[in-house]
Write a protein that binds this ligand. Structure first.
Ligand code: CA
Length: 235
């Protein structure tokens, strides 16, 4: 599958030039002309890399990146910041804007491609090595599969994402609304009861292995994933 890149730039000619060059290299390009549109794209599509212009009409690219770094779901997405002036470049270098790399305009396409490839290699190398473990459960991130006691278990897409989220945030309580935001995406309008349906399916899947108790109902609050199995508080 093609690597998806979100290009956040308000100047249409520059956006078009970069989009054209990257699409030719086989990248799948999403576009946004302002911070608001970028946030929607990130929530809906979880792109694998962001190219963000510093100066955007509704807020600065830096604000977008800072917000991204606080988002538990998307904080690891690599970002290349584009700046118009060397003064801005200095700030990107000096401040903790949260960008992984930066380039000054006018953008040299070959240099941009080299930086994109370097960042993607870095983040994929990181992912390949990674698996998430909790008790008998292992999420094999590269293989996109669930293993229980080392054995691969069939799991639905939504249950996989839900479990992956839980296992990445052990012992923290999340409300149904938060789970919808983090797992389903911020712009997906589904009822909170949907969460309960998928929790039920996940528990059913884990029950033969005694792991269903790791998904705990917290009365009046939501759900928590924990390796410390205790008597569940009934909702
Ligand atoms: Ca701009």
């Amino acid at each position: 599958m093609a690597t998806q890149i979100l290009l956040v730039e308000d100047e249409a000619p520059i956006r078009e030039m970069i989009r054209f060059a990257l699409a030719r290299e086989g990248f799948d390009i999403l576009e946004a002309g302002d911070v608001q549109a970028a946030r929607t794209q990130i929530a809906d599509n979880s792109p694998e890399l962001l190219i963000v212009d510093w100066m955007l009409p509704d807020a600065s690219g830096v604000e977008l990146v800072r917000g991204l770094r606080r988002d538990p779901v998307h904080r690891d997405i690599p970002v290349i910041m584009l700046t118009a002036r060397s003064k801005e470049s200095d700030k990107v270098k000096g401040l903790d804007s949260g960008a992984d790399d930066y380039m000054t305009k006018p953008v040299a396409i070959r240099e941009l491609l080299a930086r994109i490839n370097a960042l993607i290699r870095r983040s994929q190398g990181h992912q390949d090595a990674e698996e998430i473990n909790a008790g008998p459960l292992t999420i094999d991130l590269a293989g996109h599969r669930l293993l229980i006691n080392g054995e691969s278990i069939h799991i639905g897409q939504t249950e996989y994402r839900l479990l992956k989220f839980f296992m990445s945030h052990i012992d923290r309580v999340y409300s149904r609304a938060q789970l919808l935001d983090f797992v389903w995406g911020q712009n997906v309008y589904v009822e909170e009861r949907t969460v309960d349906v998928h929790i039920l399916r996940l528990r059913k899947l884990l029950k033969p292995f005694g792991a269903d108790k790791m998904i705990q109902t917290v009365r009046g609050a939501g759900y928590r994933f924990s390796t410390k199995i205790e008597n569940e508080v009934k909702a």
